[in-house]
Design a binder for this molecule. Structure first.
Ligand SMILES: NC(=O)c1ccc[n+]([C@@H]2O[C@H](COP(=O)([O-])OP(=O)(O)OC[C@H]3O[C@@H](n4cnc5c(N)ncnc54)[C@H](O)[C@@H]3O)[C@@H](O)[C@H]2O)c1
Length: 359
């Protein structure tokens, strides 16, 4: 039997509106509280979003004192850690926006608190809800490719650098590698069953972000706008991961998996200057294999769907809370990609390969 879930929203900015829109489609969910650190902002949000009966709080602590089943955390990256840890400790189930955190240590503590409290920490990676993502995972894990020994993922916007909190090292942690790279990493790692990384050798740069010709906040630009990394995993598997927010090129290439029996190529669906970036919509999947001595390319039919992926991720979280299911995209899994991003930054700074230490 369904029950009414009481949900709170922490952070009342842009993405919070998408969470509200998704929750409003779920008859068993009620948004009962909103919090923001900017005094008065949550109250204005409650009014503008017409959240009748919802309470507004200046700061997340007061919100967490309320009787809530779960929270959506929609704050900038720098606040993901404190709001998540406090929410879990207050007995709330958590849907956290991407990327997981600013540092690996933060992410580690977040997963430890989830385990310790027995509360759910799930990450908001909406591309996972594209049925073609499942198709991709099924193909890679079916054994059809043989042993997968190499994968490549990432993408690039020709121009598409954000500003504000996204370009501050202290507030965002990383730039393009975390902001859009987390989606590419999740696609490739999820398809391969989240293998355990051992080392990373990376290079990052910010030639565009720090140039006032290309960025209006060039003097404040502290993160990478481009990065490339070679990640070595257990079982003789390597991944090349490359991302750009800005470049003089149309694309950084497709995502691919090379196996001993076949290869798989995946292209994103978008068009235009941001098209090279993985946003969850699959353009094509092709299998490359040999048949009777001939090089063969087989296009894999895509699953047609009209799903709103963002709505799906919010629905899955709410249903998981209602039905006492485990986290749909668990923090412990995403911790692995946070460790890779952390390794990328350390390696780029040290200009050498570094080890990835996971618990
Ligand atoms: N899944 C997606 O498609 C998607 C898209 C955009 C952004 N995001 C992610 O969502 C997060 C928020 O992005 P946004 O664009 O909505 O940012 P935003 O700046 O528009 O809104 C964030 C809000 O959080 C508030 N805030 C900051 N610290 C807080 C705290 N401790 N407690 C309560 N409120 C706090 C800010 O005052 C602001 O109102 C980022 O981590 C971003 O990466 C995800």
């Amino acid at each position: 039997m369904s029950k009414t879930l009481k949900i709170g929203i922490i952070g009342s900015g842009g993405i919070a509106k998408a969470h509200i829109a998704a929750y409003s489609k779920l008859p068993f969910v009620e948004i009962v509280a909103v919090a923001d650190v900017i005094p008065g902002k949550a109250g204005q949000f409650v009014e503008s979003e017409k959240l009748v009966g919802a309470a507004a709080y200046d700061g997340h602590q007061k919100l967490l004192e309320q009787d809530l089943d779960g929270v959506s955390i929609c704050t900038p990256n720098v606040s993901h850690h404190i709001t998540t840890v406090d929410s879990l400790r207050a007995g709330k189930q958590v849907l956290l926006e991407k990327p997981m955190s600013v540092t690996f240590q933060e992410a580690l503590e977040m997963t430890q608190v989830a385990k310790e409290t027995g509360n759910m920490l799930t990450l908001g990676f909406q591309p996972r809800y594209d049925p073609n993502m499942k198709l991709l995972q099924d193909i890679v894990q079916s054994g059809r490719l043989g042993k997968v020994y190499y994968a490549e993922t990432g993408g690039g916007r020709r121009r598409g650098m954000p500003g504000g909190t996204f370009i501050s090292k202290k507030l965002a942690g990383a730039g393009a590698m975390a902001d859009i790279g987390c989606y590419s990493l999740d696609m490739a790692l999820n398809a391969m069953g989240y293998p355990r990384p051992l080392t990373v050798s990376a290079f990052t740069s910010n030639h565009f972000g720090t140039n006032s010709l290309y960025h209006p906040e060039a003097s404040k630009f502290e993160v990478e706008d481009f990065g490339v990394a070679m990640v070595r995993f257990e079982n003789d598997l390597v991944l090349q991961f490359k991302i750009s927010w800005a470049m003089h090129m149309d694309t950084l290439g497709a995502t691919m998996f090379l196996g001993t029996d076949a290869g798989l190529k995946v292209t994103p669906a978008g068009k235009g200057p941001w098209s090279g970036v993985w946003d969850g919509a699959v353009g094509s999947i092709s299998l490359f294999h040999d048949e009777y001595g001939g090089h063969t390319e087989t296009p894999i039919p895509l699953v047609e769907h009209k799903l709103n992926l963002f709505d799906e991720k919010v629905r899955d979280f709410a249903e998981a809370v209602r039905d006492c299911r485990p986290a749909p995209i668990p923090g412990e899994q995403i911790l692995i990609q946070q460790a890779i991003i952390d390794g990328v930054l350390r390696s780029a700074e040290a200009r050498r390969e570094v080890s990835i230490e996971l618990p």
